[in-house]
Design a protein around this ligand. Structure first.
Ligand code: COA
Ligand code: AMP
Length: 629
């Protein structure tokens, strides 16, 4: 390290409030904040509460006012429907202002929640920005979630309005979103007044009179509305993420801190310049999509790409490189699993050579651990800097990165490089003492978290405190384990809780366990993540059936696969189920899930001394050999 990063980081460390107040001055506020952060009566931190701004104004209007209205804002590229179109900042402003007018005419006002359950189409982005424009709080639900998951989120967010579309288009399949939405609305206890449905060419969904409104029809008579000022601590969105139980956590993001963090990260983490083309190949249903498909690129006046396709099969493994050439992409950000899929189908990266990718300066990866073989392959085949960065839905932006905008540090395979300025990252042992360099422990962040991170869980401060703040006083518990080496590089080694990461999708094994355990034939079960060459991890269930159950094991297994798929969604992929006689437990009855994972992954078993009966692992090993799992 030549020192620029260290100097910048120390500037933050010496006075976080002054550092972030100075960053806030780079944005056009209606009223600039004078105080960086405050603590409320519950001890929770909020950034820039005395400032007034509007996130939609920052993402769209400010650029039109500054004379950049003709520049490209949003590029929609959809190989699954064979369409593409782009919006200039001016066109985006017109659409967003009008759609905000539609929502306002339905009585949506500041603070109301709007659930968005939509595929990767421009209207989803327009809907998000329109909410921000009128101070409504959006809550986007990933399209791959089933009706039950949507209902759970509706019951928690209590939206005044739902935005949806007639269908989503996956590889070779059309998914009828409206049907899923209708089922969710029927099963939710909370009753939604209105839904606005975007009818796509592929499917025309039946609309329910009184409740459902056709998007295009509503837009025909709409009049545009201006952005309204909201305070820095007013929520911009709620994004639900998997925790350790069946009830997802509503991560709250506030306008002020989010805007400052997004702007700062485009420069520091991604090294971008206004006018560049930034492409995040993810989904707007995930935090990566919120931050780096929608808000950050637009706030920083980059063109952003909304890609309705996959890394493979739309139509082949060269899709990413085709998009790079076509739109002259400057930086590409995706999950390691996407590149593993490309590598599997095109091991020599012929697709990369087929296109002119000379515009591409850097590749960014996050969402799950970047395994060294994928890192090495990408580096070798593309010759580009391959930059891993670590973050979570909760933080909304990178906790650790290679801060290329300040200083491009040498990379190390398996490391997400160093703590991003703003994040005071520590490794603590079980007693709360700091670990020595290279010693593994719990990865925590000293409070206050920087701007952009969650202040709390939606309407559940107790859960926020219990889940994140109670383990180590004064620190945020990330839920990840890892270490910092003697050069200050951070290595994230995996979750220490019941969260798993399947193809970059965050899922709760606890939730799957609740569903499996509810089957009438199941006495008890354990669900845990096991290694998967493509998806990083896949869930697996070990199930003990009730003594009085004499039916077919195969049938139960099939029913369990289907129930998890119906309740959570296709992305849950619980396909590995094994019926066993008993589960390994401690003497106090705690199931040893970590040992089960080690057993399946062929790792050395680290059996705790508190185990009830160690011979169980011999039994399971024998059964595994018979089942050939
Ligand atoms: N709407 C509806 N269904 C969806 C969906 C969506 N938005 N996304 C995925 N699904 C469905 C798929 O169709 C599939 O259904 P199937 O079992 O009936 O075939 C199922 O969910 C599993 O999907 P996925 O886990 O994506 O597996 P895949 O084999 O279809 O694709 C990859 C594998 C690696 C190509 C794909 O997961 C991918 O592109 N991953 C990148 C992940 C990413 O961007 N993560 C965001 C964090 S940065
Ligand atoms: P999500 O909230 O869906 O973004 O998932 C966050 C979790 O994904 C983190 O807590 C990590 O476990 C994992 N994760 C994300 N990025 C990385 C990374 N670069 N390296 C290792 N793990 C990561």
């Amino acid at each position: 390290m030549s020192g620029e990063y260290k100097q910048h980081y120390n500037e933050f460390k010496q006075n976080p409030a002054a550092f972030w107040l100075s960053q806030s001055k780079r944005l056009p506020w209606y009223q600039a904040p004078e105080t960086a952060y405050t603590q409320d009566e519950n001890g929770l931190y909020h950034w820039y509460a005395d400032g007034q701004l509007n996130s939609c104004f920052l993402a769209v209007d400010q650029h039109v006012i500054a004379g950049h209205g003709d520049e490209t804002a949003l590029i929609y590229d959809s190989p699954v429907t064979n369409t593409a179109r782009s919006y200039s900042y001016f066109e985006l402003q017109q659409e967003v202002a009008k759609f905000a007018g539609v929502m306002q005419s339905l009585g949506v006002t500041k603070g109301d929640r709007v659930v968005i359950y939509m595929p990767m189409i421009p209207e989803a982005v327009i809907g998000m920005l329109a909410c921000a424009r009128i101070g409504a709080i959006h809550s986007v639900v990933f399209g791959g979630f089933a009706a039950h998951e949507l209902a759970v989120r509706i019951d928690d967010a209590k939206p005044k309005l739902v935005l949806s579309a007639s269908c989503g288009v996956e590889v070779n399949t059309v998914i009828e979103y409206k049907e899923l939405l209708d089922n969710a609305l029927e099963s939710a206890s909370y009753k939604v007044e209105n839904c606005i449905i975007y009818q796509r060419e592929q499917v025309t969904a039946p609309l329910m009179p009184e409740r459902d409104i056709d998007w295009a029809v509503a837009m025909q008579t709409a009049t545009g509305v201006d952005p309204i000022p909201v305070s820095g601590d007013h929520p911009l969105y709620i994004l639900y993420t998997s925790g350790t139980t069946g009830t997802p956590k509503g991560v709250v993001r506030e306008n002020g801190g989010h805007a400052v963090a997004m702007h700062y990260s485009m420069e520091t983490v991604y090294g971008m310049k206004p006018g560049d083309v930034f492409w995040t190949a993810s989904d707007i249903g995930w935090v990566v999509g919120h931050s780096y498909i929608v808000y950050a690129p637009l706030m920083y006046r980059c063109a952003t790409i909304l890609f309705e396709g996959k890394p493979v099969r739309t139509p082949d493994a060269s899709a990413f490189w085709r998009v790079v050439e076509q739109y002259k992409v400057t930086a590409l950000f995706s999950a390691p699993t996407a590149f593993r899929a490309i590598k599997k189908e095109d091991p020599n990266a012929d697709g990369f050579k087929q296109y002119d990718t000379s515009s591409l300066k850097r590749l960014f990866l996050a969402g799950e651990r970047l395994d060294p073989p994928t890192y090495d392959w990408l580096k070798e085949k593309t010759g580009l800097p391959v930059l891993d960065h670590w973050w979570q839905t909760e933080t909304g932006w990178a906790i650790a990165c290679n801060p290329v905008g300040i200083e491009h540090l040498p990379t190390k395979a398996g490391s997400s490089t160093v703590a991003t300025p703003g994040f005071d990252v520590r490794i603590l042992d079980m007693n709360g003492d700091e670990c020595a360099p290279n010693e593994q422990g719990a990865v925590v962040i000293k409070l206050p978290l920087p701007p952009g991170c969650l202040p709390t869980i939606w309407q559940n401060t107790e859960r926020f405190k219990a889940g994140y703040l109670s383990e180590y006083d004064g620190y945020y518990l990330s839920g990840d384990g890892g270490y910092i080496d003697d050069e200050g590089y951070l290595f994230i080694m995996g979750r220490t809780d019941d969260v798993i990461n399947v193809a970059g999708h965050r899922l709760s094994t606890g939730e799957m366990e609740e569903i499996v355990a509810a089957h009438p034939a199941v006495a008890e079960c354990a669900v845990f993540g096991v290694n998967d060459a493509l998806k990083g991890q896949n869930p697996m269930a070990m199930v003990v059936l009730k003594n009085d159950f004499h039916g077919s094991h195969k049938e139960v297994e099939q029913q369990l696969v289907q129930t998890v798929r119906n309740q959570i969604g296709a992305i849950a992929c619980l396909k590995n189920i094994m019926c066993v006689e008993r589960l390994p437990k401690t003497r106090s009855g705690k199931i040893l899930r970590k040992n089960l994972r080690q057993l399946i992954d062929g790792e050395e078993l680290q059996i705790p001394s508190t185990i009830d009966d160690p011979s169980i692992f011999e039994e399971l090993t024998l059964q595994l050999a018979e089942n050939k799992i």
